[in-house]
Ligand binder design. Structure first.
Ligand code: 5AD
Ligand code: SF4
Length: 479
């Protein structure tokens, strides 16, 4: 019996794809190994969003070179975004790799492994035929027993000038509404109580489905399964996006207590999505809202489709509709041509937005992207580093204030398990997705439980809480 080890780089979409890879390999009778050093098959599920992700992968795969040469039966598989975009570079820089499998070809990993007994370098980076649900046979194995990712859409139809995702993930394809709700139902039956809906542009979910439904000749009969019952029964919905309907449907599934989603695009964000969030008790008060820059010129050069002021108005609208909303964001520093004044516009807008936290990135030129070719406009790395530190001060200030504002509040915590540092401390998340540590609480026993705690202290990256009385009988999700 062969063993496997899957190493994942990058975003939640990759995490979810890795869970599919695990399911495919298990179906072949393989068993999980404890580390890459002892596994018969090592799968790297790669990311290529920034150059440092590429470098980390090549560093790790090259550490297996000697072992691969020594052990002819061992196999190395490279999956994911880098595999899709740079298949030739992978074999050039790491010739000991056996299989390269793209973002749409996970289902063929077992066949490719078999072929690798006969062929030296095996590749499948085909994009698929856009069939009704490319994931229907690829049910992921959730890594945790109480929460799960659910991919609702793959690819991206936008063309942000910095971003390689459309090249490596292809055009936007939404999974059928009914397939997603069925998947969430199945997860709930297994004891999962929190789901995070995933897509590159999650709030434009269904745009392609409704286009498809207007072309009646393509032989799709089961409109309800494809686009949801509301769409079918209510003619008005035909011009409206389906994401808000999906949020309502998923949050109504028995056993689902928390629904999250990531990442939406601000330009496509509509009031009805905020309304669906507010009106669906399971949808958490947490929104990732990627700003990228606060300068209108930079936003236009990035092709983001909104101005800073419009972003701010939408944020205010969200906060007015959804009480107690926590908002996180992404910001890129040093986009080609970014001037000091433009960077200061970012600082100003970020300060006004008062984000709960921000993922800040140094611009990384990606081959084949529009901005990657603007070499004459690249910003000096020293200047970027200085801007990066200044931006961090602003985002950390609002983050700390938001954390302090939780002190004294009673929060519902979903326990994820013992803290990584101390087995006598349990860690969990509030509905706002803030990390909370609870001293003297048995995280192992209470994993998956919902407990109420009072927040007693706030650090930069986590909160401290105190349980309100002993956990109720049956607090454990599986009781
Ligand atoms: N350089 C730096 N950051 C990037 N991102 C995407 N592409 C790049 C790049 N080339 C960031 C964006 C996006 C997040 C997932 O990664 O902020 O929202
Ligand atoms: Fe990349 Fe823009 Fe698509 Fe997001 S919306 S995946 S940043 S192209």
């Amino acid at each position: 019996m062969k063993s496997f080890y899957v190493k994942t780089f990058g975003c939640q979409m990759n995490e979810n794809d890795s869970e599919r890879i695990v399911a495919v390999l298990r179906r072949q009778g393989m068993t999980p190994a404890l580390s890459a050093d002892v596994a018969d098959v090592v799968v790297f599920n790669t990311c290529t969003i920034r150059e440092n992700a590429d470098n980390r992968f090549f560093g790790q795969v090259n550490m297996l070179r000697e072992r691969r040469v020594r052990e002819p039966g061992m196999r190395i598989v490279v999956a994911g975004c880098l595999a899709q975009g740079e298949k030739d570079a992978i074999f050039d820089r790491a010739p000991h790799v056996d299989v390269v499998v793209g973002t749409h070809a996970i289902g063929s990993i077992a066949d490719l492994l078999e072929r690798s007994d006969e062929e030296r370098h095996v590749i499948d980076v085909s994009i698929g035929d856009g069939s009704i649900d490319p994931m229907v046979d690829l049910v992921p194995e959730p890594a945790e027993g109480h929460k799960a990712w659910v991919t609702i859409q793959t690819g991206c139809d936008n063309n942000c000038a910095f971003c390689i995702v459309p090249q490596v993930r292809g055009p936007e394809v939404s999974r059928p509404f009914g397939a997603i709700v069925d998947e969430v139902r199945r997860l709930a039956e297994q004891g999962i109580s929190e789901v995070t809906l995933l897509g590159q542009n999650v709030n434009s979910y269904g745009r392609d489905l409704t286009k498809r439904l207007r072309r009646t000749s393509d032989g799709i009969h089961d409109h309800g399964f494809l686009a949801g019952p509301v769409y079918v029964s209510d003619g008005i919905r035909r011009i409206r996006p389906l994401f808000s309907d999906l949020l309502r449907a998923v949050s109504g599934v028995d056993g689902i207590r928390r629904v999250r989603f990531t990442s939406p695009h601000p330009k496509d964000m509509r009031e009805e999505t905020f309304a669906a969030m507010a009106e669906s008790p399971a949808v958490c008060e947490s929104l990732h809202f990627p700003l990228q820059s606060g300068s209108d010129r930079v936003l236009a050069a990035m092709h983001r489709g909104y101005r800073g002021e419009r972003f701010f108005e939408k944020l205010e609208l969200a906060r007015s509709i959804i009480p107690d909303l926590a908002v996180t964001t992404d910001i890129i520093v040093g986009f080609p041509g970014e001037t000091e004044d433009e960077f200061e516009a970012t600082l100003e807008l970020v300060a006004r937005c008062e984000f709960d936290s921000a993922f800040t990135f140094i611009y990384s030129p990606r081959p084949g992207t529009e901005a990657g070719a603007w070499t004459d406009k690249f910003v000096d790395p020293e200047v970027i580093r200085d801007r990066f530190e200044r931006l961090k001060l602003v985002t950390e200030r609002s983050g700390a204030a938001k954390h302090r504002a939780r002190v004294g509040k009673i929060e519902e915590i979903l326990i994820d398990g013992p803290s990584k540092r101390d087995a006598n401390v349990a860690s969990g998340r509030t509905r706002q997705n803030k990390l909370v540590h609870l001293a003297g609480v048995d995280g192992e026993r209470l994993r998956g439980s919902y407990l109420n705690a009072r927040i007693v202290d706030a650090g930069a990256h986590f909160l401290h809480g105190e349980l309100l009385g002993p956990p109720a009988r049956g607090a454990h999700a599986s009781c």
